[in-house]
Design a protein around this ligand. Structure first.
Ligand SMILES: *[C@@H]1O[C@H](CO)[C@@H](O)[C@H](O)[C@H]1NC(C)=O
Ligand SMILES: *[C@@H]1O[C@H](CO)[C@@H](O)[C@H](O)[C@H]1NC(C)=O
Ligand SMILES: *[C@@H]1O[C@H](CO)[C@@H](O)[C@H](O)[C@H]1NC(C)=O
Ligand SMILES: *[C@@H]1O[C@H](CO)[C@@H](O)[C@H](O)[C@H]1NC(C)=O
Ligand SMILES: *[C@@H]1O[C@H](CO)[C@@H](O)[C@H](O)[C@H]1NC(C)=O
Length: 254
């Protein structure tokens, strides 16, 4: 069709065709899409979380308004406009706790960094990129996990029928797994209580076992976070497992 119509006026037709390919005035770039990570981002309480969004095609985000928000678009978690963070439009909960990471804006990647993550930060986010009359957004999920303190194992009292040993730890989220083992590595049945901290929303654990025949030596209590990778038997930084045990030289040798 185009060929027959343009046959006698090829030059004029080509010029018109090129003109149509230019973006419309007042809107610097053609339409774009915004993509976020497919899987939820996992962050530990007290650490930093990064929520990255990527423009498709990977054109620069410079000159765009970038907005990360939760339930409502304003006030937002962070608004970045004309190369600056707009604090007037920021939720109080995020004031002083966010940074805009501009390292890769030239290739269309914009990142919100949330510092000192709390349970409040857990949930759904949206990143909205806007330029002129064009805008698009993506949805992201932040999953917050609490890695509690090293368990403290204490011999509570000798009840005649057996010795009671207590294991305590705080700062867990969600509900952790608690496991007791004896010197030979055999599981020991326990009674465990979880309680929520009213201020942080994190869980404290109190777990008790009663052992017979003074077999407290080498008894250990391991607590792990179901969201974090764990390596059985070995406690390493960065894994979700923490273990406390009754030391051979402690008061445990009754
Ligand atoms: C978002 O809205 C839900 C339901 O109204 C509410 O439970 C939640 O706390 C809100 N989250 C934030 C961060 O405002
Ligand atoms: C954009 O993506 C293409 C293809 O993935 C890549 O070759 C190019 O280097 C990227 N551009 C920038 C500015 O990163
Ligand atoms: C992190 O947040 C907690 C709870 O809001 C606060 O108590 C603590 O001081 C903060 N830590 C830093 C380093 O800002
Ligand atoms: C945390 O967010 C995830 C989604 O990222 C959601 O499935 C989960 O229920 C949330 N937990 C709380 C305590 O809000
Ligand atoms: C668990 O909590 C209940 C009720 O708060 C209490 O009666 C029970 O003694 C607690 N058990 C342990 C092992 O702390």
């Amino acid at each position: 069709m185009a060929k027959t119509r343009c046959g006698h006026a090829l030059l004029r037709c080509t010029v018109a065709f090129l003109f149509l390919q230019l973006p419309p005035p007042g809107n610097g770039r053609a339409d774009f899409q915004v993509k976020g990570p497919h899987a939820p981002v996992l962050a530990l309480v007290g650490e930093d979380a990064e929520l990255s969004c990527q423009l498709v095609p990977n054109i620069s985000t410079e000159g765009m308004e970038l907005r990360w928000y939760r339930n409502q678009s304003s006030p937002a978690v962070l608004v970045h406009r004309n190369g600056e963070d707009v604090h007037q439009e920021q939720m109080v909960e995020y004031q002083g706790r966010t940074s805009f990471v501009s390292d890769h804006v030239a290739r269309g990647e914009a990142t919100l960094r949330i510092h000192n993550v709390t349970l409040f930060d857990n949930g759904t986010y949206h990143c909205l990129f806007k330029e002129g009359t064009s805008s698009n957004q993506a949805t992201l999920w932040l999953t917050v996990a609490g890695l509690g303190s090293k368990p403290r194992v204490q011999v509570v009292d000798d009840q005649g029928t057996g010795i009671q040993v207590k294991c305590t730890s705080a700062g867990w989220y969600p509900e952790p797994l608690v496991e007791w083992r004896d010197l030979r590595g055999q599981p020991v049945p326990a009674v465990t209580n979880f309680s929520l901290s009213a201020t942080t929303g994190l869980m404290a654990v109190v777990s008790r076992v009663t052992v017979q025949n003074g077999a407290v030596q080498g008894l250990s209590c391991s607590i792990s976070n179901p969201l974090l990778p764990e390596r059985k038997g070995a406690e390493k930084p960065g894994t979700g497992l923490k273990t406390g045990s009754v030391l051979p030289s402690s008061e445990a040798q009754l």
